[in-house]
Design a protein around this ligand. Structure first.
Ligand SMILES: [Zn+2]
Length: 260
């Protein structure tokens, strides 16, 4: 959950930086753990985001910034991997999966709705290229998380349902909370409420399918993967879980506070 929420913040910072580069007047960021996270523009954007190329740059900046930082930070920490640093080690893998789902949403949006990746396709990138990256990111992110399973205290021999429960209480639970929240209270962006809830439903479905696939593939794939980059099995204690839960809570509260 931390890796997901933190990644969302970094993603929006990426869009924000691109706004500064493009000279968007009065850019701002709106964050919410359950609702829409987006950049808002106070001034006239007809100049700064006036061409397809500029909109594509702005759209791709968020996902690419998150991928660059997430994968970069996790790779730097990889040699010293331990369960204490698991939230940051997972950031790279989670980012690969989350941004791949973002690309799927872009493919659904294209060409009617303007969003990160549909803007990139509108600038001339063929949808087939995006589909290629969806698959590449899904595979890379899945392998990444499988390699880290020992740090979650999970072995290849553990029961399928046990792994499934461990994964379901992560991002799928958060997205389930988002769908319930949006259904009951609606989006602050009432104009696009149905779009927001549709996006969260796509993400929830994708996350459940992904964690079930990961839990299933762990047993047959892990022994071979682990010979490439061996990670010793961790025995998780409070010293590992309390900081992780604290980090997650901190980002959650940060998003809620900065929403106002
Ligand atoms: Zn974005």
């Amino acid at each position: 959950m931390f890796a997901y929420l933190f990644g969302v913040v970094v993603h929006e910072v990426g869009h924000y930086l691109s706004s500064l580069i493009l000279g968007v007047p009065e850019p701002g960021i709106v964050l919410h753990p359950f609702d829409l996270n987006q950049n808002i523009y106070g001034g006239d954007i007809s100049q700064a985001l006036g061409t397809r190329l500029r909109r594509a740059f702005s759209g791709a900046a968020g996902p690419l910034f998150n991928l660059l930082l997430g994968v970069g930070v996790s790779l730097v920490m990889w040699p010293r991997r331990s369960s204490r640093w698991l939230p940051f080690l997972m950031w790279g893998g989670i980012t690969l999966l989350v941004e791949s789902v973002g690309m799927i949403i872009g493919l659904v949006d294209y060409p009617e709705v303007s969003s990160d990746w549909s803007d990139v396709m509108a600038a001339g990138v063929p949808p087939a290229v995006i589909v290629f990256f969806v698959v590449a990111l899904l595979v890379a992110g899945s392998l990444w998380l499988l390699l880290l399973m020992p740090l979650m205290g999970l072995t290849a021999e553990d029961a399928f349902w046990r792994k499934l429960v461990v994964f379901l209480v992560g991002i799928p639970l958060l997205l389930f909370g988002a769908v319930v929240y949006l259904t009951l209270w609606g989006s602050y962006d009432s104009e696009n409420a149905s779009y927001v809830i549709q996006n969260r439903q796509i993400a929830l479905g994708a996350s459940v399918a992904l964690v079930a696939t990961l839990a299933f593939l762990h047993r047959p794939l892990f022994p071979r993967l682990d010979t490439m980059s061996h990670t010793p099995l961790a025995h998780l204690g409070w010293r590992d879980t309390v900081p992780a839960v604290g980090l997650c809570g901190a980002v959650f509260v940060f998003q809620l506070v900065s929403f106002n």
